[in-house]
Design a protein around this ligand. Structure first.
Ligand code: UN1
Length: 515
């Protein structure tokens, strides 16, 4: 193993030759199949991880439930105090964990560190929340009565996360879940097991030091079977799933069929719209980051660019220059802006998508090939690509399909209405972005006839959301919100409690039932 990799792994006492236990529910174990963590930059095997056997998944589910029954009795501010300690423990490992994300997932170091920062931020949010998860007192129509709306802990939350945010998305769910008094069971992506083990070690140490059962934040590494077991378990009140629309549809139907609750964060196919009055010195770099950042592997990555005819040539010229200057290579190196795709399969998806564009006579303005140069052959490196398809019909497959790679499709429009129509015409509805200085355009964009996405930005790119905002989408992107806003309300069980303080027992609506 390269020294670069072993140095990072050693920060988490991971020896390359060792076989790691991928299951935690108070103790570490794992006797299921072995999965390998493969470095997307070099192709080297970073470590072997023992996943959960089917029996271990069931045992962990049971342990998580037991832990919940204890944890729910802790007063919320005390839960917040534990969360504060988790926040401190994560912050102390910010750079090391960020480097591990970069090594195992392939995103550049600043984004890896940023992801840990996002976890720290949501812990702060959860600490505050632990003293602010307020219910309401509602006026009753009956004398001497009050109606309380009570938030109570919900139960066990299953978190199924994706490879592209192997730390932060779990953090969003964990922080809200712990504050709300729930226990979580985490089934991470099978290609980022090391991140999940490192995070769980950090958290479990805090829990154990506070005398709290470790299974409040349990972990099952594994593949499809482990995920299915969590999704199908009647003891998992809420399933929070991030991943493909195809799998999300199955997860959603499964959980609904047993009347469980679900949060689905599925595909994004996000557009940026550039009006003629946009400040291009801000808009061009923002589209560059949105489309090329994280090698196009964010759910919020910019995949469609709609340019007003008046600025199209200038915008594309400037964007192409930035694409030409992009530093490609080891995501851990200081100046790199473009790392590898996460898997070699993703490279095939990229190649097929470019071939499809070519077969439809799209103009490939830049990119379109895998990198073959020295130092890049071992990894999954592809050129960031801008394409100008002949068709502007957003219902065409090239526009309506989410390709998890740095491919940006461009079309030219004359009226904002047309661009908004294109923005909304795809099945997905996660993020969107309008660039303008005209307040009338802003009004249209964020209003009833505007963008139908869950994230509707103005002079801000499609990716890079803060935790304070509720994160999530509409339509085929799924259902539910994570992080800020009112997202916490999904992680609690609401009850309407009508309390009679009086000496009479009148019925509502003046109903009389006297014999
Ligand atoms: C994702 O890609 O699933 O807004 C999450 C962003 C990040 C989260 C993306 N904060 O791009």
């Amino acid at each position: 193993l390269s020294t670069r990799a072993s140095d990072i792994l050693s920060k988490f006492s991971i020896r390359p030759d060792a076989e790691l236990k991928g299951v935690y529910d108070g103790t570490w174990r794992g006797s299921g199949e072995v999965i390998q963590s493969i470095c997307p930059t070099t192709g080297e095997v970073l470590a072997n991880v023992r996943t959960a056997s089917p029996a271990e998944v069931q045992e962990t589910l049971a342990k998580t439930r037991e832990a919940y029954v204890k944890w729910r009795n802790e007063p919320a501010p005390r839960r917040g105090e534990v969360l504060r300690q988790i926040r401190e423990a994560l912050a102390a490992k910010r750079e090391d964990l960020g480097a591990l994300v970069s090594l195992e997932m392939g995103k550049i170091l600043t984004e890896g560190v940023g992801e840990v920062q996002e976890f720290v931020d949501i812990c702060d949010y959860g600490v505050g929340l632990s003293r602010m998860m307020n219910g309401r007192v509602v006026a009753s129509e009956r004398p001497g009565h009050s109606i309380l709306e009570m938030p109570n802990p919900l139960g066990v939350v299953g978190v199924l996360s994706a490879f592209n945010f192997p730390v932060a998305v779990y953090g969003w769910n964990l922080a809200l879940s712990l504050a709300a008094g729930n226990a979580t069971i985490w089934k991470p992506s099978p290609t980022t097991p090391l991140c999940s083990i490192a995070v769980t070690r950090i958290i479990s140490q805090v829990l154990e030091a506070n005398g709290i059962p470790g299974a409040v934040a349990s972990l099952v590494n594994g593949g499809k079977e482990a995920g299915e077991a969590v999704v199908e378990s009647p003891g998992v009140e809420l399933v929070s799933f991030t991943g493909s629309e195809r799998v999300g549809r199955i997860v959603g139907q499964n959980v609904a069929s047993r009347f469980g609750k679900v949060i689905l964060e599925l595909g994004g196919n996000n557009a940026s719209i550039i009006m003629p009055d946009a400040d291009l010195s801000l808009a061009v770099p923002a589209v560059f980051f949105g489309a090329v950042g994280t090698a196009g592997q964010r759910c919020t990555s910019t995949r469609r660019l709609y340019l007003h005819r008046q600025v199209a040539d200038e915008f594309l010229g400037r964007l192409k220059t930035l694409y030409g200057s992009v530093a490609v290579g080891d995501p851990l190196a200081k100046d790199t802006l473009l790392g590898p795709l996460h898997t070699s399969t993703a490279c095939d998806v990229y190649t097929q998508a470019v071939e499809k564009l070519r077969s439809l006579n799209a103009d490939i303005i830049t990119g379109g090939e895998r990198y073959q140069r020295d130092g890049l052959q071992g990894g999954n490196f592809v050129q960031p690509t801008i394409a100008l398809p002949k068709s502007v019909n957003p219902k065409d497959g090239i526009w309506s399909t989410e390709i998890f790679a740095p491919i940006l499709n461009v079309a030219i429009f004359d009226e904002l209405e047309e661009a908004i129509e294109w923005n909304n015409a795809v099945p997905q509805g996660l993020s969107s972005s309008l660039w303008t200085r005209d307040i009338r355009n802003v009004g249209r964009w964020i209003g009833p006839a505007g963008s139908d996405a869950g994230i509707v930005n103005v002079n801000v790119g499609t990716s890079g959301a803060e935790i304070g905002a509720a994160f999530g989408g509409n339509k085929s992107t799924g259902w539910g919100r994570e992080s800020g806003g009112d997202a916490w309300k999904q992680y609690v069980r609401w009850s309407a409690c009508t309390v009679n303080f009086s000496d009479a027992a009148p019925l509502a609506q003046g109903v009389s039932f006297a014999s």
